[in-house]
Design a protein. Sequence first.
Length: 525
Amino acid sequence: MVPPDTDAGSPGGALSASGTVDTPDEPAEAAAQPLFSDLGLSEPIQRAIDEAGYIHPTPIQAQAIPYVLMGRDVLGVAQTGTGKTAGFTLPMLEILSGSRARARMPRSLILEPTRELALQVAENFVKYGKYLKLNHALLIGGESMAEQKDVLNRGVDVLIATPGRLIDLFERGGLLLTQTRLLVIDEADRMLDMGFIPDIEKIVGMLSPLRQTLFFSATMAPEIRRLADMFLQNPKEITVSRPSSVATTIEAGLVVVDEDDKRRVLRQMLRDDAVQNAIIFCNRKRDVDVLCKSLVKHGFSAGALHGDLPQSVRFSTLERFKAGDLKFLVCSDVAARGIDIGGLSHVFNFDLPFHAEDYVHRIGRTGRAGRTGHAYSLASPHDRGLAEAIEKLIGHPIPRLAVEGVTQLDWSEEARPRGGKGRGRGREKDDRRGPKPARSAAAPAAPAEASPAPETAAAPPPARKPAPPRHHRERELEDATVQANGNPVTGFGTEVPAFMLLPRRQFTITPSADDESTHTADEPA
DNA sequence: AAAAAAG
């Protein structure tokens, strides 16, 4: 029911492809591929690995497992998809398999930044611990605390937690961490981004200094390094992929169109036969909902995932997507990192992420296990800064992607004035919203059915202003820019520069019958 | 700018 977990290792011999591509820093020792059976794991664990179909450990597994078994602290620089999770769950199972837990005193603790990740790690323990008599508990928010308390009272070997709920329960006295001798801090960079570090420090302070600590982070920024120094003792450092690098098995592309055309262009892209399934990222929770509803309305099999949804819905949506029941998952950055879904053909960025690092994390959801992934991003001209930050980080430009029937805009559009003072306020779905002129105004070349107007049905008809004859110099200047780039102009806002009222070519989408109103507000300020 | 995580 759950597809093969690409985070757990490489099925059969597929490793060499993803392993070498993803790890330019690794010496080329693919000739002598290690075997799981050489790593010193005991028979019950080995049997579970065999049954899961894994033969060769991934580089991080091959390197980390022996050191964890030795009792060393480990500092792992690795992203999910490198096999990191099994890299710590397998040796943990081995270490813990000796004895049994006592009530309210978990023997090991794994900290995860999101509930989804916690669940994923729990699945890993179920999978590889099936022939062991160890138990685990999930301590996460959004679910009944009474139930979690019960499990703790029975004694757990592995406690998998998100920081908030753990501290909450600890302060209520439902938990003792004095016997916890094995600590995993996963996705430390993410914890940092999310402001969890004070919580993590607090939790680490509750643990005995006589412990083994495994610390993982996708990047090794100075602040992360400082934390690692604080939490770890003489760690074995393992790096399996360069931070901020994008695996070359991902084909990336960028499509620049008017903000208001993004949904329509996306639908066009989703209809491509090559798109088997995809995660679609938005920057805002509200936009996740809006986009998902729009897609469903247009007949796409899509589900939404973000942090404001009830936990039960989050889990079930994720499961349905993993099972292939949903073809598209529209989500916020709740799923940008770590969530491991095998066999994703595409990742779409409906919005370019605010932080360039997140681009790398998002698109890393595809192109796993040696298969070529596709990461396509939509942007509007005013996202130029975001795009440039990303391109700087990854060290090369994101190539423009040709989409049939879509005429792309040029970055120079960014210079266009946007909106007035009142923008972003009182943006209800009503007609009070500021006029939305200019776009499609004076676009005689555009046939009616290709007009974007239906997309913004709730908006009043564009207020047509006659082209002011003033600003002639400006107009000529802008026009020259447009000519030079060979791209059409589009605009929005309450002030309409003269150049925008010039005749322009409308972008065209293959007209389709279902392309009717999915009114959503104009884009937020 | 936003999202995530505690209730």
